[in-house]
Design a protein around this ligand. Structure first.
Ligand SMILES: [Zn+2]
Length: 98
């Protein structure tokens, strides 16, 4: 059975993605990261790196809503922050853009 062809997997939402995107957006506006490249390649690299350092937080969205109700606890928010800061530093010090 082919799961992807037979089921609507948009009901499956990874809260971590939204948390990382929000955090990344904020962090990139910080004074300390002024001058960091925010081209498509670099930002995608940052998001990828941060997401791969975090445990995913999936939930089944029965109404197909994009936003989750519970964003997660303080501890997890802190982990997201750490992962995003690590990713921005790492990518900006060694950008892969052409
Ligand atoms: Zn770049």
């Amino acid at each position: 059975m082919n799961i992807e062809n037979n089921y609507d997997l948009t009901y499956l939402v990874n809260d971590t993605e939204r948390l990382v995107f929000e955090e990344l957006g904020q962090v990139l506006e910080e004074e300390q990261y002024k001058g960091v490249c925010i081209c498509q390649d670099c930002v995608i690299d940052m998001a990828t790196l941060a997401l791969n350092r975090l445990e995913p937080r999936y939930h089944a969205s029965l109404l197909g809503t994009i936003y989750a109700q519970s964003a997660g606890n303080e501890q997890y928010t802190e982990k997201v922050r750490e992962a995003v800061n690590f990713a921005v530093k790492k990518v900006s010090s060694n950008p892969a853009h052409s």
